[in-house]
Design a protein around this ligand. Structure first.
Ligand SMILES: N[C@@H](CCC(=O)N[C@@H](CS)C(=O)NCC(=O)O)C(=O)O
Length: 197
């Protein structure tokens, strides 16, 4: 299994983190992001969107960190991380889509501006961050994990850009339930860190 990877990318980190948690070996292929290697062949054929991560398992080629988590959980980790019961699966899925939408356009975008000089609207990203972080903090008031009574790929998809939010100038100190939840993730057997986390 190969992962075309950028070490500082939270989306790539999701995949590295989950593989580590389920004790799966990944061949990490670092991509020269600054040189635009992901925007040129052969990577552009693997992902025409010109983005990382890109994941390959034999004949299977996947882009998008959420879809890679679904694949790895379903194929290599069984029921626990990606339940098959329709209701529970939908509970997990709604957080995967939150990671791809509200988190990507909130804390992830704020970090892209501060760390990588992306020309995105920082104030809009901060406003979106406040909204999603407040909702998640309330959601975790009486819950240990986001979707079910145990960690799932919902937690893994949402975690990276919240744990990296400080790099986008976001003060996390008031989000006490989120901080407790992040500590629970960091305490999981097989947890893997990245720069900034
Ligand atoms: N929905 C995708 C988003 C992937 C994404 O935005 N990747 C960034 C790196 S974190 C990227 O490759 N951006 C391309 C660019 O900015 O040129 C996912 O979750 O994997």
């Amino acid at each position: 299994m190969k992962l075309y990877d950028l070490e500082l990318s939270g989306n790539c980190y999701k995949v590295r983190l989950f593989a580590s948690l389920i004790h799966l070996d990944l061949e990490i292929i670092p991509v020269n992001f600054l040189e635009g290697e992901h925007k040129a062949e052969p990577l552009l054929t693997l992902n025409p969107f010109g983005e990382l991560p890109i994941f390959i398992d034999g004949e299977i080629i996947l882009r998008d960190s959420q879809s890679i988590l679904i694949y790895l959980a379903g194929k290599y980790a069984g029921e626990a991380w990606w339940p098959t019961t329709p209701h529970l699966q939908a509970e997990v899925a709604q957080w995967l889509f939150t990671a791809a939408n509200e988190i990507q356009h909130g804390p992830c975008s704020a970090r892209l501006v501060d760390l990588f000089n992306y020309s995105l609207d920082k104030n809009l990203a901060l406003a979106k961050s406040t909204k999603v972080l407040t909702i998640i903090n309330q959601h975790l008031e009486h819950r240990e994990w986001l979707a079910t009574k145990r960690p799932t790929i919902a937690d893994i998809a949402v975690f990276p850009y919240i744990a990296l939010a400080h790099e986008g100038g976001i003060d996390m100190s008031d989000y006490t339930n989120i901080n407790r939840w992040m500590n629970s993730i960091k305490a999981l057997d097989g947890f893997l860190a990245m720069p900034g986390i």
